[in-house]
Design a protein around this ligand. Structure first.
Ligand code: FES
Ligand code: FES
Length: 132
């Protein structure tokens, strides 16, 4: 049912933890089930130099958070904004259809953290206008 990559990122999640002096923090939750994902970003010169996450959720949510942090680490803000939950799921070699919503949490937590960064620094990030 789960790909090897999902199992690997669930058993050995990358970038777990928090960043104390984070430049952007984003938290999203699914009110129906209470699952929560929190993403911390360290940003220098428009580049995501560090990223950490904390997820209270199922294995797919943890694997999605882990993969999503790997996908945006070292990338520019512009690239991170474009990360879709579909791309996260594809990088994991797929998620079962009933678990796709778990990868949506990862996309939204990253966008929320970028929005927090944008607000704190009084900048606008293209592609985030419609996200709130
Ligand atoms: Fe909560 Fe899937 S059951 S996000
Ligand atoms: Fe709750 Fe995946 S985060 S089912």
């Amino acid at each position: 049912m789960y790909s090897e990559k999902v199992m690997d990122h669930f058993m050995n999640p990358r970038n777990v933890g928090e960043i104390e002096d984070a430049d952007g923090v984003g938290q999203v939750g699914n009110p129906k089930c209470g699952d929560i994902m929190k993403i911390y970003l360290k940003i220098e010169d428009g580049i995501i130099v560090d990223v950490k996450f904390k997820t209270f959720g199922c294995g797919s949510a943890i694997a999605s958070s882990s993969m999503a942090t790997e996908l945006i680490k070292g990338k520019s803000i512009e690239e991170a904004v474009k990360l879709t939950n579909k791309a996260v799921a594809e990088a994991l070699d797929g998620l079962p259809p009933v678990k796709m919503h778990c990868s949506v949490l990862a996309e939204q937590a990253i966008k929320a953290a970028l929005l927090d960064y944008a607000k704190k620094n009084n900048v606008t990030i293209e592609g985030l206008e419609d996200f709130n």
